[in-house]
Design a protein around this ligand. Structure first.
Ligand code: COA
Length: 330
């Protein structure tokens, strides 16, 4: 039995039964959050707070390990030794972020095994952006610069949230992401200030990635399902639209100052309100991609299934060193 009244089905630790939240405890909990206290794993928490955190942290963890795949395929093809080394380090960091986030989600009572099963069966979501191919090296620079920047906007805000283990994981992740952003920006500038062919490559990649990046922050606030509750409980520290606006504010000028364009003729800042105006991204496409129908969803899950199956013997060996003697040496 955990603090919020969940009863778990061991060993899967799946909630079997919800109990009604005690209104007095709920009021105390909400006051603690309003006063800026962190909630820790052993503390009482409402059922829905736990469920929402599991959903969000789990999706975030999946995004890290799936997110390593498009860039991972470029390690051997990155231009030059320095870029290869930087990309190896970055991909390794992303997998480490997955590890930190799975650990944080586990403190809420869902086992790692159950989370991975839900990813592989397609039950759990992960970020839309990782369902697109990295066609050229320029795509990798756009991912390293703009997708890492978008992730930082989200994570810096949410690191100040209410759930201790998630916030501490995000703080560490943000340090590493800021190096990723630097290497992505450097590689992006190298192409943007390079030969006409390199500039064209980076322009084409920007055109391909712009819409997925606009989708990255989630649906508009008026249709976001979870924002209201998550913001009340300080799990999300800014709304989807506010984060998108912060990102546009910081990064559109950096793209334009390099003489590159973005594929949206309505994109401009309304100086009176401080808000960016833009064409509505295709939200039907977004729904299709996050529900398994994007260009690379099937391939991404297939690779993760292969990794899961190929690594089973070593996980078994690590859990039980005596049994390792009977495993083949690779
Ligand atoms: N990719 C995939 N799914 C997304 C998404 C995205 N970029 N943005 C929103 N969604 C999904 C949500 O998960 C939710 O689906 P669900 O109810 O089946 O779980 C649905 O779209 C409705 O969106 P919303 O109500 O706005 O969800 P939210 O309040 O959880 O906000 C995020 C979405 C991504 C902003 C939020 O979950 C978040 O900050 N997550 C942590 C950071 C993260 O995962 N980053 C990605 C990798 S770096």
């Amino acid at each position: 039995m955990y603090g919020g009244g969940y009863i778990f089905d061991e060993p899967n630790k799946r909630p079997m039964q919800d109990t009604i939240d005690d209104p007095v405890k709920l009021a105390e909990f909400e006051q603690r959050i309003a006063d800026g206290h962190k909630i820790e794993p052993g503390d009482w928490m409402p059922n829905d707070y736990r469920k929402q955190l599991i959903r969000m942290i789990e999706q975030h963890a999946h995004s890290e390990i799936i997110g390593a795949l498009p860039e991972g395929t470029w390690i051997t093809r990155a231009p030059g030794f320095k870029r290869k080394l930087a990309l190896i380090a970055k991909v390794q960091d992303e997998i480490g972020h997955g590890q930190l986030l799975y650990n944080a989600a586990q403190t809420l009572g869902k086992s790692r095994e159950a989370m991975i099963n839900d990813l592989l069966s397609g039950k759990s979501k992960y970020s839309n952006v990782f369902n697109y191919p990295a066609e050229t090296w320029a795509d990798v620079t756009v991912i390293g610069f703009l997708i890492d920047a978008a992730a930082i906007v989200n994570q810096v805000a949410n690191a100040k949230g209410s759930y201790g283990p998630y916030c501490r994981a995000l703080e560490r992740i943000c340090y590493e992401e800021s190096f990723h952003l630097k290497q992505g920006h450097d590689a992006f500038i190298e192409l943007a200030t390079g030969t006409p062919m390199q500039r064209q490559m980076v322009q084409d990649a920007l055109n391909r990635w712009w819409q997925p990046i606009m989708h990255f922050f989630g649906p508009p606030d008026k249709t976001s399902v979870h924002s209201e509750k998550l913001m009340k409980w300080k799990v999300k520290m800014a709304s989807n639209d506010d984060m998108r606006n912060q990102f546009l504010d910081a990064y559109v000028p950096k793209i334009w100052e390099l003489g590159l364009t973005l594929p949206d003729e309505n994109l401009k800042k309304d100086e009176a309100t401080g808000k960016w105006l833009f064409s509505d991204p295709d939200w039907d496409l977004f729904m299709k991609v996050i529900n398994g129908g994007g260009p690379c969803n099937a391939e991404r899950l297939q690779v993760r299934k292969w990794a899961e199956e190929s690594g089973r013997w070593i996980r078994k060996a690590l859990m039980n060193p005596n049994a390792a003697r009977s495993f083949p040496v690779a």
